[in-house]
Write a new protein. Structure first.
Length: 178
């Protein structure tokens, strides 16, 4: 947690290197998360031209359920985050950029690093999660009277059905020579 007065006092900004344990909070906010390792966060928060700049690199491992088989999948993630904050009184002056979500408003005169990290982890969760075996293989799950198919396969099957159900399909081969 960084107090905005402390950030404004330091002309070079405040550097930090922390390890955060946010497993319980993340699992509560998203049921797809099975586990999260401690999150290593290295960065800096500074004040420049009326804006508070929060820049950091975060590295962590997250375990999610496979989209296909519900098997646990471990993903190692590392990515940079840049966020811009504005204080409450300055928010009125910069209302247009606040409304466009280009900057965040500082609440209660503090920037909470853990909130930023948790929000950005949740934003980075992929929609499609596959085990290495599922990624490598082309075998999709199937069952009694059902089969999972890719979008390309579905498009091909739909086109074939459309052509077969065409009123002109019965005229195929009518004028072919024998």
């Amino acid at each position: 947690m960084f107090h905005i007065q402390d950030i404004q006092k330091k002309s070079d900004g405040i550097s930090f290197e922390e390890t955060l344990e946010l497993t319980a909070e993340l699992m509560e906010r998203n049921a797809d998360i099975l586990a999260v390792s401690p999150i290593k966060v290295v960065g800096q928060v500074s004040f420049e031209a009326g804006f508070f700049l929060l820049n950091y690199q975060m590295t962590y491992d997250i375990t999610l359920a496979s989209s296909r088989s519900m098997e646990p999948v471990l993903l190692s993630e590392s990515f940079p985050v840049q966020e811009i904050f504005v204080a409450d009184e300055q928010a009125l002056k910069a209302q247009d950029i606040v409304e466009e979500d280009l900057v965040l408003v500082v609440e209660e005169d503090v920037i909470v690093l853990a909130e930023s990290v948790a929000d950005n982890i949740l934003l980075q969760i992929p929609l499609k999660v596959l085990t290495p075996e599922e990624e490598a293989g082309q075998d999709l799950p199937s069952g009694h009277h059902w089969t999972m198919m890719t979008e390309e396969e579905y498009t091909t099957v739909a086109q074939e059905k459309k052509e077969a159900n065409s009123p002109f399909a019965q005229l195929q081969g009518l004028f072919e020579e024998e």
